[in-house]
Design a protein around this ligand. Structure first.
Ligand code: SF4
Length: 352
């Protein structure tokens, strides 16, 4: 079997040809705007491509330039990010946009080294933006690329840091310096669509003849998911005579929370009885929640602790607030907010 490195030129040509014929048409591949490429890279971290396709255009429409993002409030950014999860990404992107506008005159830095100085931009993201937007010859190694190069080279797994170093070295060696942006995207595409974590499609791989493992190489194990039950209260206030608009009671998460600080959500309830108005499943990080939503009288909730900020909100107001993904999902399922990617309440603001 051919050893990796014996003929990188052939490997490069095969992958380039394969990519030309198989690349997916994705909206962030149609732009050379560094800010738009940066946004896509942040969105793609921990979010499925199909979801990013839905939300990418909408985010850029809301914040078309890095300075438009910088001038927004954090609440506005979190509202636009609502439902995408991992909200720290949005906060870091917002902080970085402010730095770009304050220190770089609104111009996104043009090298991987300078990009890494910004909040929320690590080695992979800096390399991806610098290579795709500015043509810098740096290899971008995400989980997909790491898997491809380690399988190709037959590199043994040991400690996580050794795996990372070896993968970066292999990716550096393979990098096509003549077109690094295209090359990095081709590597990621191969990992995302052919060299899959389980069941790699080696028969469709342009490197099958030289690959040292052909998919037999182990992949890093994901942390196991655990299941938890969660009960939420759906507390609605109606004033049909004077005020024909329903309001739902939301609470704001504490700013010291490590996950989703300051976002708004339905209150938890522990004393609910009877049948829930809705059941659904929702995954947050390593937890699969079995969620039950109970209709609860406002008077019952009023006896609860008042330590958190609480607010009655209309559907229109909720549509403009940074809601947790779970709360937004519940409101959509109960017909309170538009389904799908919409983040705005119905034009008249009157819930069904
Ligand atoms: S031959 Fe199989 S394991 Fe090797 S790089 Fe291609 S898809 Fe991955």
């Amino acid at each position: 079997m051919t050893r990796l490195g014996s003929d990188e030129a052939v490997l490069r040509r095969r992958l380039r040809e394969w990519y030309t014929g198989h690349r997916r048409s994705l909206p962030w591949r149609e732009t050379s705007d560094p800010y738009a490429i940066w946004v896509s890279e942040i969105l793609l971290q921990q979010t499925r491509v199909a979801t990013v396709i839905e939300r990418y255009g909408e985010f850029l429409e809301r914040f078309p330039t890095v300075c438009a993002l910088a001038e927004a409030t954090e609440a506005e950014v979190l509202t636009a990010w609502s439902g995408l999860g991992y909200y720290r990404r949005a906060r870091m992107l917002h902080r970085a946009a402010r730095e770009v506008c304050a220190r770089h005159g609104g111009v996104v830095p043009g090298s991987a080294a300078a990009l890494r100085e910004l909040p929320g931009i690590g080695r992979y993201t800096a390399a991806a933006i610098a290579s795709i937007a500015f043509g810098e010859a740096v290899a971008a190694v995400d989980g997909n690329v790491e898997r491809v190069v380690l399988r190709l080279a037959g590199a043994g797994l040991s400690t996580a840091s050794e795996v990372g170093r070896r993968a970066q070295a292999e990716a550096d060696r393979l990098l096509d310096c003549a077109a690094p942006g295209e090359w990095n995207q081709a590597m990621m595409e191969l990992g995302a669509t052919v060299c899959l974590p389980r069941g790699p499609r080696c028969e469709a791989c342009p490197w099958v003849e030289v690959c040292r493992t052909r998919g037999e190489h182990p992949v890093r194990k994901r942390a196991a998911m655990r299941a938890e039950a969660l009960s939420l209260a759906w507390v609605v206030r109606r004033r049909p005579t004077r005020e024909p608009v329903e309001r739902v009671w939301l609470v704001q998460r504490d700013e010291r929370e490590s996950v989703m600080p300051l976002m708004w959500e339905l209150p938890e309830t522990d004393g609910a009885s009877g049948e829930p108005v809705l059941r659904l499943r929702h995954a947050i990080m390593q937890v699969n929640y079995e969620v039950a939503i109970f209709a609860v009288e406002a008077t019952a909730m009023a006896r609860r602790s008042r330590q958190r900020r609480e607010q009655w909100v209309t559907a229109e107001e909720a549509g403009r607030m940074p809601l947790t993904g779970l709360t937004r999902k519940v409101m959509q399922r109960l017909g309170w907010l538009p389904a799908g990617g919409g983040r705005r309440a119905k034009p008249d603001g009157v819930p069904r």
